[in-house]
Design a protein around this ligand. Structure first.
Ligand code: SAH
Ligand code: SF4
Length: 407
């Protein structure tokens, strides 16, 4: 039998890098240029004494060094004069986000725990960023907030209060960091970059609700999609929302990425419990916003995420209702095996039930609806980043099932 592409291959055990203790944290003394938008960079150049009429050109030069070459040293910016390099290095750094811990799974999945400065010195925050290699792509899952204001009952992040929004630079900075760590700069540059690069796709499915940090997410993603820089196409970026309806249209217009919606229930009664934001924006309003998402079409479908919770939302009646509910919306459906965390009241549906549920969804014309758990060995403590979409044939699914049962 062909092994599923997600099978854990023989190899070294997962690598763990020791977490650096918090007392080793020193907040950055000078701001870093890394992750900055063009506007922020122009202002930074102003501070370094660059006259206004030169700024655009200088921004363009530095942009290439930052986001095409990934340089870590001002001296490598050879198109800038020595004086300007010195002026910049006196005021700024090229520091990356601080990695507090890195874990590498035997299946190649990597997780970075990032330490971000707090509002007050000495009290840093932590968020996660995960890289998931697949056969035809490599997906980076990035965070938008430290914690979350919403409290979806099945989500670990939902148990943590919102600590702060990430800045645009911290959002784009996660992509820069992944390119560094994966040694991906050379591969990513050049005409064939899009096919060769390791980080080919981005999902905003880490910590936080991106549509409650709208401006920073929009500006950070503008850095990521910029064709003269990191150059990751909007079609390869998926923003996941729990259903912040008032910002969905705006996201389509001002960000233009693909959209994923955390649906998880087919009735308002159940969704009110699982995703309390549903009380503000009930299903009908959410689905109307999806129907009208700018640019939605069969080629640009909305992904509906559906976490499989045993005995809660996983009946075959639910599966049929799900298919009926999404009728007429260009949609993909992702069934996500629930990733349990300490203290949760939920369990993941039995694999058999997920299979039966997915057969109904599959029969309605949705391809490969089940997400495959990845990086199990390193993501045990992670709220929601355990899975990535993977095309599975029925045979592969059987193999996976066998694998799941021997776990
Ligand atoms: N706040 C956004 C994006 C972050 S959550 C949102 O809710 O869409 C990313 C995805 O992981 C969402 O679909 C979320 O519902 C799902 N998720 C959260 N906790 C999970 C868990 N314990 N197991 C499986 N999926 C989970
Ligand atoms: Fe926040 Fe998304 Fe978790 Fe809900 S599922 S609590 S919106 S991170």
């Amino acid at each position: 039998m062909t092994a599923p592409s997600v099978a854990i291959e023989p190899g070294p055990a997962a690598a763990f890098v020791e977490k650096r203790p918090l007392e080793h944290y020193t907040p950055p003394a000078r701001p870093s240029l890394v992750g900055m938008t063009r506007e922020a960079l122009a202002d930074a150049l102003g501070e370094a004494g660059v006259p206004e009429r030169q700024r655009r050109m200088r921004v363009q030069q530095i942009w290439q060094w930052l986001y095409v070459r990934g340089v870590q040293d001002f001296d490598a910016m050879t198109t800038l004069s020595k004086e300007l390099r010195t002026a910049l290095s006196e005021r700024f750094t090229l520091a990356r986000l601080e990695v507090a811990a890195e874990q590498i799974s035997v299946d190649g999945t990597r997780k970075w725990l990032l330490r971000l400065p707090g509002e007050t010195a000495g009290a840093p925050h932590e968020v996660e960023c995960v890289y998931i290699p697949e056969t035809d792509r490599g997906t980076l899952c990035i965070s938008s907030q430290v914690g979350c204001t919403l409290n979806c009952t099945f989500c670990h992040t939902g148990t943590q209060r919102l600590v702060r929004n990430l800045t645009a630079a911290e959002i784009a900075g996660q992509v820069v960091l992944a390119r560094d760590r994966l040694d991906d700069w050379q591969r990513a540059a050049g005409a064939a970059g899009e096919e060769k690069r390791l980080v080919s796709n981005i999902v905003m499915m880490g910590m936080g609700e991106p549509l409650y940090n709208f401006e920073a997410v929009r500006d950070g993603l503008a850095v990521v999609v910029d064709g003269d820089g990191l150059s990751i196409s909007k079609r390869r970026i998926t923003l996941s929302t729990s259903g912040v309806v008032h910002n969905i249209k705006r996201a389509g217009e001002e960000i233009g990425s693909m959209l994923a919606v955390s649906l998880h229930a087919v009735t308002d009664e159940l969704r009110d419990q699982l995703v309390p934001l549903n009380r503000k924006y009930p299903l009908r309003e959410l689905l109307d916003a999806c129907r009208n998402y700018p640019g939605v079409s069969n080629a640009r479908r909305i992904t509906f995420e559906y976490v499989m919770l045993k005995g809660i939302n996983d009946s075959l009646t639910d599966a049929k209702a799900l298919v009926r509910l999404l009728k007429g919306i260009p949609a993909k459906i992702n069934l996500i095996p629930f990733n349990p965390w300490p203290g949760t009241i939920y369990e993941c549906s039995d694999w058999e039930q997920i299979e039966k549920f997915s057969e109904i969804v599959f029969a309605a014309g949705y391809a490969s609806p089940v997400r495959t758990p990845r990086g199990r060995d390193i993501l045990a403590a992670c709220g929601q980043l355990k899975s990535a979409s993977e095309k599975l044939t029925a045979r592969e699914r059987l193999a996976l099932r066998a694998m799941a049962m021997t776990d």
